[in-house]
Design a protein around this ligand. Structure first.
Ligand SMILES: [Zn+2]
Length: 172
């Protein structure tokens, strides 16, 4: 792909940020509504997700694996959430004497922190090219049919249902 100038990269980053905000809004609206309104919001969220993926692929000129790019973004977002945004909201609510809400936000903070750890571990595996090819044997289970296979490497295809390698998950 031809080299992207700084102005182009900025425009693509802004398009990506806008799409991300709309995806979040439409996904939330789809959760809160029902019937044909819900279906419309869900369709909007899927369309914006496709566009966000396009902007991200165009920005990704350095050739890093796409999964690692997405995981890096997600790790940064979760870190901001549990380390900066939630503590600030908890501090404000504590000042207002909202003990029950503070308790909920502290639980949400634990969820966010655990999510960052899971994403970090996937990111490490993606960077090392070890998402489906580990150093140690693992019990790979097909998410589609449940077939399990003990090996360092996930099977190329599931011998039972034919699902692709990407259907397999390693048991820790
Ligand atoms: Zn299978």
């Amino acid at each position: 792909m031809q080299h992207l100038g700084e102005g182009t990269r900025r425009a693509l980053r802004e398009a990506l940020q806008g799409a991300k905000a709309r995806i979040a809004l439409y996904a939330l609206c789809a959760e809160l509504t029902e019937g044909m309104v819900r279906e419309e919001f869900a369709a909007c969220a899927r369309q914006e997700t496709a566009l966000a993926g396009l902007w991200l692929r165009l920005l990704r000129a350095h050739g890093a694996p796409e999964a690692a790019d997405c995981l890096e973004e997600a790790v940064r977002a979760e870190r901001r959430q549990w380390a900066e945004a939630l503590p600030e909201q908890i501090r404000l609510l504590r000042g207002e004497g909202q003990a029950a809400l503070v308790d909920r936000l502290e639980k949400a903070r634990l969820v966010s922190r655990a999510r960052e750890e899971r994403l970090q571990s996937l990111l490490r595996a993606a960077r090392q090219g070890e998402l489906y090819d580990r150093r140690e044997p693992a019990l790979w289970t097909c998410a589609r049919c449940g077939w399990a296979h003990l090996s360092a490497r996930a099977p190329a295809a599931c011998p039972l249902c034919g699902a692709a390698r990407s259907a397999f998950r390693p048991n820790p």
